[in-house]
Design a protein around this ligand. Structure first.
Ligand code: 5GP
Length: 233
């Protein structure tokens, strides 16, 4: 049953048994659909621990996530899922591709949280999809898509509230979902500064530091890790 399943840009997935996998977080960091790529010491360690603690936090708040145990320094035992090839983005403020598509200023509030779906494909540059695309293309039925929207909004709200306690602003976040062996939707993949925009007093604590060549992102990831260590496993 054990063995190799899949190696992605930042993670290796190995099957352990019928219900679980081991995710190994690599030190690789990429941007621009893989066009920019570097290796940064301790990144895998930090992102796996941040993911573990934030998913555990969500579990305690009633959100169903893949997280089972953290295996230091850089692995997670997680529920085995059939991943849905979508990025589910929740935005509280305008930034990044939202500003490029629809205009406005970076950091401007949205009137209410916005959920967007993009199809995971580097060659197609993750095209934006509405619920009807998901239905017509056979990716998700409407009911499941609506459940994913609700779960993503709730998870993002809980994380925003957590970071607010520590004086950080969560601007946006990207989730990925899978389906477990019983057909339930489950939050998978990663929750870390690689997958969110996290700001404090105008300072950047997320992958935009790397995307925009603004210095060493690992120093800021370390700060986020310390905040997340307030969540006890
Ligand atoms: P945007 O669409 O504005 O570039 O990104 C919105 C949010 O989703 C940001 O927090 C960003 O980090 C995250 N995000 C979007 N696409 C990706 C992706 O391909 N990989 C990762 N790690 N995060 C992404």
């Amino acid at each position: 049953m054990g063995g190799f399943l899949y190696e992605g840009k930042t993670k290796i997935v190995e099957v352990v048994d019928d219900d679980s996998v081991i995710l190994t977080f690599k030190d690789d960091i990429t941007a621009g659909d893989g066009a920019k790529h570097d290796v940064m010491q301790k990144k895998g360690q930090m992102c796996s621990e941040i993911t573990s603690r934030l998913m555990h936090y969500l579990n305690t708040k009633g959100i169903y996530t893949m997280f089972m145990n953290y295996i230091p320094p850089n692995k997670i035992r997680a529920r085995k899922l059939k991943m849905i090839p979508l990025e589910v983005i929740v935005r509280f403020k305008k930034a990044g591709s939202f500003v490029r598509r629809y205009g406005g200023q970076e950091g401007e509030d949205l009137s209410s949280p916005l959920v967007e779906f993009t199809y995971k494909s580097d060659v197609m540059h993750d095209p934006l999809m509405c619920v009807e695309h998901l239905e017509v293309l056979g990716i998700l039925d409407k009911n499941t898509a609506l459940k994913v929207i609700e779960s993503a909004k709730e998870s993002a709200k809980l994380l925003k509230e957590f970071f607010e306690i520590h004086n950080f602003e969560l601007w946006d976040i990207k989730f990925e979902y899978g389906i477990d062996s019983e057909g339930n939707i489950c939050l998978g993949d990663e929750i870390s500064p690689d997958t969110m925009r996290l700001r404090k007093a105008g300072e950047i604590f997320d992958k935009d530091i790397y995307r925009r060549n603004l210095g060493n992102p690992m120093e800021k990831y370390e700060v986020v890790l310390r905040v997340c260590q307030s969540i006890l496993l």
